[in-house]
Design a protein around this ligand. Structure first.
Ligand code: NI
Length: 184
């Protein structure tokens, strides 16, 4: 089932999301719906707050970008109860976008390497290191469960330049070919 994507301005995008356990209601169905929603909207990652759930769950499939970023080959994961435990390496700048911020693409500087502890959809625990673009996608999705958005990293000047577009998004004035929910 396709889920509406909550647009910028919805308060759920600003909450620090909560841990979940195996008993979380209809979790397998939610994960399946999130995959379907992500693929249909041509996303490479989707976090639960973007579908209105303030829980520590996000999923990523980077395979579509593997031609440009070889580190994304076979990078498909469900992350539950994730905690980034190390960030290091160089700082790298690349453009990012977000399904909750349609039409906005801006350069974001992030660490090139992270170590993250998480559980998969079967609640097996892992500690894994990601580098390059994989690390960037994980940090972007992780920010969603921490109530952050990539526009938070922009300079005051860049923020001023996109302000009218942000306002339009909060008013639901955006043309996308996926289902969205504007803030109420
Ligand atoms: Ni996003």
């Amino acid at each position: 089932m396709l889920l509406p994507i909550f647009l910028y301005g919805n308060r759920v995008l600003r909450k620090i999301a909560k841990d979940i356990d195996k008993d979380y209601e209809e979790l397998p169905q939610l994960i399946e719906n999130m995959w379907e929603t992500m693929y249909r909207s041509d996303g490479i990652g989707l976090a639960a707050p973007q579908v209105g759930k303030s829980i520590r769950l996000f999923l990523i499939d980077g395979n579509d970008l593997a031609e440009d970023f070889p580190e994304l080959k076979d990078f498909k994961r469900v992350f539950i109860n994730a905690r980034i435990i190390e960030r290091d390496g160089e700082k790298v700048t690349e453009a990012e976008g977000c399904l909750s911020l349609p039409g906005i693409r801006e350069d974001v500087t992030r660490y090139d390497r992270i170590k993250i502890a998480y559980q998969d959809e079967n609640f097996n625990s892992y500690e894994e290191v990601f580098e390059g673009f994989a690390s960037r996608i994980v940090q972007h999705e992780y920010d969603h469960i921490e109530g952050k958005l990539f526009i938070d990293y922009l300079s005051p000047l860049r923020k001023r330049l996109i302000k009218s577009r942000l306002t339009a998004i909060t008013q639901g004035k955006t043309e996308v070919d996926y289902k969205v929910r504007a803030p109420r």
